[in-house]
Design a protein around this ligand. Structure first.
Ligand code: ATP
Ligand code: MG
Length: 558
């Protein structure tokens, strides 16, 4: 393609609304434009990247025997009502009515629709297994659309669904997907981890996420370099480091106006891990006091699994329920349910005494108070791996894909059954598997850029090579570049030729910004000697080769 015929509106300035690197660079390099919050237009270069990723997705899905279909974006409400998700999902779902007043919604995902299809079409065990997939638009009214195409309100998803007769079948389909996902993300040039994850609104038994490490990520993963344990912090287990057990005897200490762990820890010159943090929350079954060590964070999701939905108590509720102001709560003598992290079983602590402006030193868990013991702390760096005890690392990451074992969560309510060999009706066992191509593109940028622009992994770059003839007024240059362009194109290489009559500086700047992995530079002086330069965008290394061998050398690199 000729640059002059392709719409590539590059920007010199950093757009003020952009935060993440991928957002800034995709705008600056002319890949996308924002229509409104979370709604993006893909310009020619942007679309080429997405198409490259989609091609990889199709190849790897087809390779595991998945069959491509396409389902509507507009859904009748009834199907979603049958699984209960019409009510369970809140504002994230776009809802509307058709002209007859019938409730409809825009598809956030397609479990309901595909299960409806399976309920109509799958009859017997002979029809199974099946894997069906699509690359289709999803709409979600995200609470915080941000960071460019990483989190948008309209986005493409490759979603596939597996249908099996039993758990063993599901296990195979799940493994097929895990393997395909490894190939997909590797081929896309991403650094990634497969981590244990919380199934969330998809329901079902267990799930894994594919996480591309990046500071732009909204997720955090706990990783063990020794045994490979990898889990989203949303459910990661960890062993907190042990503290020295002091030989304190119980004493009350006057701590005027010192409320938080931080304040009291500074006042007493004692590290936060020698404190007990007492947090009052309100669950549907009443108040619960949650206890974690002073250096730890309370893990809302882990606590939810034990006490159900809950929220932090307001100041006046604390006073009313515990009879003490927040800041001086201690774990002793409460009539309400107390849930404590098990790491508190070891050691002797400082905490509130349920008396204003006093704390107590020498509190012995199990003796001075009792509790239900459950892991309710957030994993943090410094903790040890729950499997092998080696140090854990916490890293920010972008979720680029996930796989869920759904079981019968959708097949039972939607009556997607099959007849077994004895003619009995059995619910189909399902799995659900998603990948966002735009997230892959953005994550690839977040992991591959420098101060001048994008450095695309070869497999998903919009073009394989960019040719930069530096002087389009020079007849010799034009003759050579046209021949080279034709030559490479005939070999099936995707070439972008900067045929604009622009200064060399501008061409170099734009080429670095756009990020095509290989540049061929045709300068007048080199050409006179029969030479051209091949530049590697990533390393910036250049080699001079003869005009005759350039095509061969470039092909080798691709
Ligand atoms: P997140 O936790 O980031 O909101 P999710 O768990 O809602 O993601 P799924 O519903 O499982 O994501 O969607 C599967 C894949 O679709 C994700 O792994 C991601 O690649 C992509 N995806 C999800 N939401 C968005 C979005 N708002 N914008 C772009 N891609 C998205
Ligand atoms: Mg989401």
């Amino acid at each position: 393609m000729r640059f002059s015929k392709l719409f590539i509106p590059t920007l010199r300035e950093t757009p003020s609304e952009a935060e993440s690197v991928s957002h800034i660079l995709m705008l600056r390099a002319g890949y996308v434009r924002q229509l409104a919050a979370g709604l993006y237009i893909y310009l020619p270069l942007g679309l080429r990247v997405i198409e490259k990723i989609n091609k990889i997705l199709r190849e790897e899905m087809n390779a595991i025997g998945a069959q491509e279909i396409t389902m509507p974006v507009l859904h009748p409400a009834e199907v979603w009502q049958e699984t209960g998700r019409w009510d369970a999902i809140g504002d994230e779902m776009f809802r509307l009515k058709d002209r007859t007043g019938r409730d409809m919604c825009l598809g956030m995902t397609h479990e309901e629709i595909i299960t409806w299809l399976a309920s109509k079409e799958i009859r017997s065990y002979r029809d199974l297994p099946q894997i069906w997939y699509q690359i289709q638009t999803k709409l979600r009214d995200e609470a915080r659309p941000k960071s460019g195409v990483l989190r948008t309100r309209e986005f493409l998803m490759k979603d596939s669904y597996s249908f099996d007769i039993d758990e063993d079948g599901l296990e195979k389909s799940y493994q097929f997907h895990a393997d395909a996902y490894h190939k997909i993300f590797s081929r896309c040039g991403l650094k990634f981890y497969m981590v244990e994850s919380d199934p969330g609104m998809m329901g079902g038994a267990t799930a894994h996420e594919f996480m591309a490490p990046s500071p732009a990520g909204e997720d955090e993963v706990a990783l063990c370099d020794k045994c490979g344990y990898a889990a989203n912090v949303e459910l990661a287990l960890s062993i907190p480091f042990e503290i020295e057990t002091k030989n304190w005897v119980f004493e009350e200490i006057h701590t005027p106006e010192k409320r938080t762990v931080q304040e009291v820890s500074r006042f007493l010159n004692l590290k936060p891990e020698y404190f007990i943090k007492s947090i009052l929350v309100i669950s549907n079954n009443g108040p619960v006091l949650a206890l974690v060590r002073g250096d730890q964070g309370l893990h809302e999701k882990k606590l939810s699994k034990i006490i159900g939905e809950h929220r932090p108590a307001h100041k006046d509720e604390v006073k009313e329920i515990l009879g003490i102001e927040a800041g001086f709560i201690g774990p002793m003598n409460h009539k309400i349910r107390v849930v404590s992290d098990p790491c508190l079983k070891q050691g002797i602590y400082v905490s509130g005494t349920n008396k204003p402006h006093y704390h107590a030193k020498g509190i012995k868990p199990g003796k001075d108070f009792d509790a239900e013991w459950h892991d309710i702390h957030m994993a943090k760096s410094g903790d040890s791996c729950p499997k092998c005890n080696a140090p854990l690392r916490i890293e920010k990451a972008i979720e680029v894909g996930n796989i869920f074992r759904l079981g019968t969560k959708y097949s039972i309510p939607l009556k997607a059954n099959y007849l077994d060999e004895n003619g009995r009706e059995i619910p189909i066992i399902m799995g659900s598997y998603g990948i966002g191509p735009a997230r892959i593109a953005a994550a690839a940028i977040e992991q591959n850029y420098d101060k001048d622009g994008i450095i695309w992994p070869k497999s998903i770059a919009p073009f394989d090579v960019e040719i930069l003839p530096l002087n389009m007024k020079d007849k010799n240059t034009v003759d050579i570049v046209e021949k080279l362009y034709q030559d490479l194109t005939e070999k099936g290489i995707e070439v972008l030729m900067d045929d604009r009559d622009e200064r060399a500086g501008i061409k170099f700047k734009d080429a670095d910004l756009i990020g095509i992995p290989i540049h061929i530079i045709l300068g007048e002086k080199n050409l006179k000697e029969g030479l051209v330069e091949i530049k590697d965008r990533r390393t910036r290394e250049t080699v001079r080769v003869t005009i005759q061998e350039v095509s061969e050398k470039v092909t080798e690199r691709i």
